[in-house]
Write a protein that binds this ligand. Structure first.
Ligand code: TLP
Length: 340
């Protein structure tokens, strides 16, 4: 099977497993795990922040951030397809007691004017505006990339209103590789940044939340409250650290493979890909002639896994699990599955 469902399907390489097997560990809740501390320090450095906190998942990282930035009854601003709103089980409401003000955003990217229009004026009837969340790259946007200028403009608007800013940077690494803008340059516009090691970087699990030392001190407490305090977790932190140092630059290969896949599939009658929208490792493929679920089933029969993410939309994600040769095989499978 060629697995294009997600870059979360990546398995640790032999080198990563070797590093993990020999990792020095301790009880991290008691502050004893040197490998976790090394990962947190290095992540903070890469993101240009004072501190970082190892998290079990990107979801917990995002939701701890929302909780730290808000009070119950506040409102956070993000687009309707943002992972924090769309894919995290209603957690902003359930865990932080906040409402979500949704910003219209083609492919997950909005401007200062759209943010301005969404922000509630001060009025006794309204929730209190607290936080703006940006996702870069944007998952449901098809791996779309925010330019640094677009972020600066939105951040200025948020600051003018006294709002905090959080970046869901699960795939920030991909954005940096695609634009050449360093992660820290992106991160400087935000109070908190969540990154994932378990996606394109290929670690078996783990994310990190970065911010000021004071913010991370509070985040550590909320993580514990949610059951995210972990013990000898240097075992997995070492895989994440290995991924951070060795698997960032190679994401460029995934981007080349995504483009190759997109160009191949775009030429298949009955399938549609907007090539201009393929910027990183995610390809959105329209299936106008049949429901996406049905197409995904047919594709599976041809040896390729991809996810239906809308009634007529398939998502294919490249990663270190998929070689260039397999991309060519996948294109052939798409062509065969599209034949009716
Ligand atoms: N995304 C997963 C699914 O949840 C959809 C995927 O396969 O792409 N932020 C962004 C932008 C994400 O894409 C994801 C995972 C997360 C956060 C959550 O990370 P985890 O799965 O570690 O909780």
């Amino acid at each position: 099977m060629i697995d294009l469902r997600s870059d979360t399907v990546t398995k640790p390489t032999a080198e990563m497993r070797a590093v993990m097997a020999s990792a020095e560990v301790g009880d991290d809740v008691l502050g004893d795990d040197p490998t976790v501390q090394a990962l947190e320090a290095r992540t903070a450095e890469v993101l240009g922040k004072e501190a970082a906190l190892f998290m079990p998942s990107g979801t917990m990282s995002n939701q701890v951030a929302v909780r730290c930035h808000t009070q119950p009854g506040d409102e956070i601003y993000l687009d309707a397809n943002a992972h924090i709103f769309f894919y995290e089980c209603g957690a902003p409401a359930a865990l932080s007691g906040v409402t979500c003000g949704l910003i219209p955003a083609p492919r997950g990217i909005f401007g200062a004017a759209e943010l301005h229009a969404a922000i509630r004026p001060s009025n006794i009837h309204f929730p209190r505006p607290a936080l703006v969340c940006i996702e870069n790259t944007h998952n449901r946007g098809g791996g779309s990339v925010w330019l640094i200028e677009q972020i600066a403009e939105v951040a200025d608007e948020a600051r003018r209103h006294g709002l905090s800013l959080h970046l869901d940077g699960a795939r920030l690494w991909n954005a940096s590789v695609a634009t050449g803008v360093a992660e820290a340059q992106y991160a400087q516009h935000f109070d908190s940044v969540s990154v994932c090691f378990s996606k394109g970087l290929g670690a078996p699990m783990g994310s990190a939340l970065a911010g000021s030392a004071e913010f991370i001190r509070r985040a550590r407490r909320i993580r514990k409250m949610l059951g995210g305090g972990m013990r000898q977790v240097g075992i997995v932190a070492s895989g994440a650290l290995y991924a951070l140092e060795h698997h960032r630059e190679r994401l460029a290969e995934d981007h080349v493979n995504a483009r190759r896949l997109a160009e191949g599939v775009a030429a298949v009658p009955g399938l549609e890909v907007n090539l201009a929208e393929v910027q990183t490792n995610i390809v959105m493929i329209r299936t106008p002639r049949m429901p996406a679920e049905q197409f995904a089933e047919r594709l599976k029969g041809k040896g390729v896994l991809a996810l239906a993410v809308g009634s007529d939309c398939i998502r294919a994600v490249t990663s270190l699990m998929v070689s260039r040769e397999q991309i060519d095989q996948a294109v052939a499978a798409f062509a065969s599955a599209a034949c009716v």
